[in-house]
Design a protein around this ligand. Structure first.
Ligand SMILES: [Zn+2]
Length: 352
């Protein structure tokens, strides 16, 4: 849509009547937020829905997002759309919608979508800004991980951050990432994207501790840099990855892939599963089920918590009985039914 408007603007400008169509050529920016790289945030559990500090973290998230939104509009954005790239477990949005800058709109869809993949369509946005991001697993940045706890991912031999992943997936649709915020470790990870207007929100001392920076100073830097990001967006690069792509997904504690190692057809070594993908979307789509499968290694953690819980035996029994109830229901229907399409219908803002 915007491309068409730009083309039309050029035509109309040549004829000397450029007024209100030129105004429509203001860029549409997608703002994707995560929840680990926020200003004023220093608790490595605070971004988990249900944690006592989660409500405060939502406020910090909303404040960071609003500071960036202000800058994007100052820089000339015509429209800012927000999507949740975190997924705290809260079925509502992680941002506090009533406190959002009213000029920005939180995306809302009736069915689940993948923030990194399903919005990355050619022409859908002019640029992407990412807020509250974190460094990759193994870097000792605050809350460092890649896509999921327990994952390190490499594309063509380079261990990636989620910001680079966003850059690649939106890059495949011709859309550049122009702004990012997070800790000082992520700033180092993102030397691969030198055109980014980057704001350091805090200094990582370890995965679980930080040296905070004055929040008001960080917010004014966010507004200033987001404005510049829009104004200078022509110099931002669209990330293109050489294909085919060698993908390696490594499980790091508390996760493990070791139960996959004897499976025929799987390239497995050093708790790493690897495969070749034809392009970056195929690389990401191939990585997701591996991460889902890897999550089964977290069951041992839940079982261990339950076994120490005073009511743990009863809860484990209830879980098993519910599983058996669903099995009997499925078998009673005759031939096992085909897996149902997602029944999840609700109000989705991105990852949850
Ligand atoms: Zn997150």
């Amino acid at each position: 849509m915007n491309r068409l408007i730009r083309f039309l603007t050029g035509c109309v400008l040549a004829s000397g009547v450029c007024f209100n169509i030129a105004a429509a050529d203001k860029p549409h920016i997608l703002l994707i937020h995560d929840m680990e790289g926020l200003a004023g945030q220093d608790d490595p559990y605070s971004f988990v829905y249900g944690h006592p500090k989660y409500p405060q973290t939502r406020k910090q998230l909303t404040a960071d997002v609003n500071a960036v939104v202000a800058g994007l509009f100052d820089g000339g954005a015509g429209k800012v759309t927000i999507a949740d790239g975190h997924g705290s477990g809260n079925s509502d949005a992680d941002v506090i919608v009533e406190e959002l800058d009213p000029r920005a709109k939180l995306i809302s869809r009736p069915t689940y979508f993948d923030t990194y993949l399903d919005l990355a369509e050619p022409g859908a946005f002019d640029a992407v800004a990412v807020v509250g991001m974190h460094s990759k697993s193994g870097t000792n940045g605050f809350a460092a991980h890649t896509y999921s706890v327990g994952v390190q991912a490499s594309f063509n031999g380079h261990s990636i951050t989620e910001t680079e992943l966003v850059g690649m997936l939106y890059g495949a649709a011709g859309i550049p990432v122009i702004f990012a915020s997070g800790d000082d470790r992520l700033a180092e990870d993102l030397r691969t994207m030198p055109w980014l207007r980057y704001v350091v929100t805090k200094k990582a001392k370890s995965v679980s501790s930080v040296e905070l920076l004055p929040v008001a100073v960080v917010h004014s830097a966010m507004t200033r840099e987001a404005k510049l990001a829009v104004q200078k967006r022509a110099s931002a690069q669209v990330v293109k990855l050489k294909a085919p792509i060698e993908v390696a997904v490594r499980a790091v504690p508390p996760a493990s892939f070791r139960w996959l190692k004897d499976m025929p057809g799987i390239h497995f070594k050093d708790d790493t599963v690897s495969f070749t993908a034809s392009d970056v979307r195929a690389a990401y789509i191939g990585m997701r089920p591996l991460v889902s499968a890897m999550h089964s290694s977290f069951n041992a953690v839940e079982r261990s918590v339950l076994s120490k819980h005073p009511d743990g035996t009863r809860l484990k029994y209830q879980g098993r009985i519910e599983l058996f109830r669903r099995w009997i229901e499925a078998e009673s229907a005759g031939a096992p039914p085909a897996p149902a399409e997602s029944e999840d219908v609700g109000d989705y803002h991105g990852f949850y």
